[in-house]
Design a protein around this ligand. Sequence first.
Ligand SMILES: [Fe+2]
Length: 363
Amino acid sequence: MSVATLEMKPIAYGRDCKTYLLYDADTKEAAIIDPRFDHVSRYMTELEKLDLKLKYAFDTHTHADHLSGSDRLRNLTACAIVMSDKTKSKVADYLATDGEKFKLGGHELTVLHTPGHTPDSQCIFDGARVYTGDTLFIGGAARTDFMGGSPEQLFESFRKIEALGKDVEVWPGHDYNGHEHSSIAAELENNDHFKADRETLIGMHKLKGELPANMSEILSFNSEAGLPEARIVKPSDVAAYGTPGKDFTLLDSRYADEFEAGRIEGAVLIPLPELRDRWSEVEKLPHPIVSVCRSGVRATMAMMTARHADDNDWLLLEGGMQAWMNAGQPMVSDTGKAPDVITSKFATGGSCAAGGGSCSVVG
Ligand SMILES: [Fe+2]
C-alpha cells in the first residue's frame, strides 16, 4: 500500500498574491487556500489536470484587497468554504474554531485562529508548513490599522505560530520581495515584527496606512457572496445580447488610455473610480449591462457598485478584454495603431487590488 502523501503546489499568477493548492496524492482530495476570483478558471484547469476533487476552500480572512475565488469555486465544484468562526462573512459554509482539524485524505489540516490583521484571521497548518495568510509575512507582518485589526492580538498570534516549532515552514499570503517561503526559525532571526516584544510590536504598528482601493466593493463581494455562474459570460456569448447601445450596454470600466488603445465596438467608457458619481448616466443605459475591464476584476467591482444601487441586471465578461482578444474577437482603437489591451499609465501597483493599498507592513 502506498503511503499517502500530502502534496502542495503554490499558485501565484500575480507578482505578490499567493494561493496554495494542497492535495492527498492517494485519495485526490484537495484544498485550496486563498483563491482569487480572477484566477478561478486557471485553478479549475489545474484541478482537472491533476484529477483532484476540491473538498475545501479556506479563506485565511475576509480579504479587503482582492476578490476571493472561494464562492465561485464552490459554485463550480461544490467544495465547502471554511472561514474562522470569528468572521462576519456570510459566504462561509463552515466556521472553524481554533485548533479544529480538517481531514484531507490521510492528512489533517489544523486551523489556528490568529487575529491581529483582522478578527477573523486564521492560519492553516499541515504538519510541516504553516500558511500564514496576511498574519505573518517573510520579514514583515500584517497591517493592523483597519478592519478591526489589533497589534496586541497580532503579538499573541505570533506566539501561537512560534509554538508550532522552529523547523516549520512559513508560506505567506503575500510577498512583495520575491521570496517563496521561510521558516519559523528564520523569521525569529530576521523578522523585526515577529521577534519584537509586545510593546515594541505595538509601537511599530502605530502608523495608519491608506485603505485598499475599492475596499467597499471588495468587501461586498467577499462577505455577501460573489456572482452566480449565470451572471458570468464568455466572449462568444456576447453577440447573443444584440446590438450594444441599443439592446444592451457594454460598460467598460477601465481608464481612458486603455479604452482608446483597444475596446469592443460600441462600448461605453465609465472608469471604475467615476462610476458612483456618474450613476445617473448608468441608469439611462439599456440593460442588461455587460461589465468589461482588462481582466475582469474592475468589472466585478463595478457590479458590486451596481448591487449597492439595487441594479442587478449586470453580467460579467469573464477574463475581460484579455480573454476577448485571446478569443480573436474584433476590437477597435483610437490610436491609429492596431487595437491592443494595455496596462494603463494611471494604474497604481503594490497590491492585489486594481489600484494600490495592501494588507502588509513589510520591513
Ligand atoms: Fe488582508
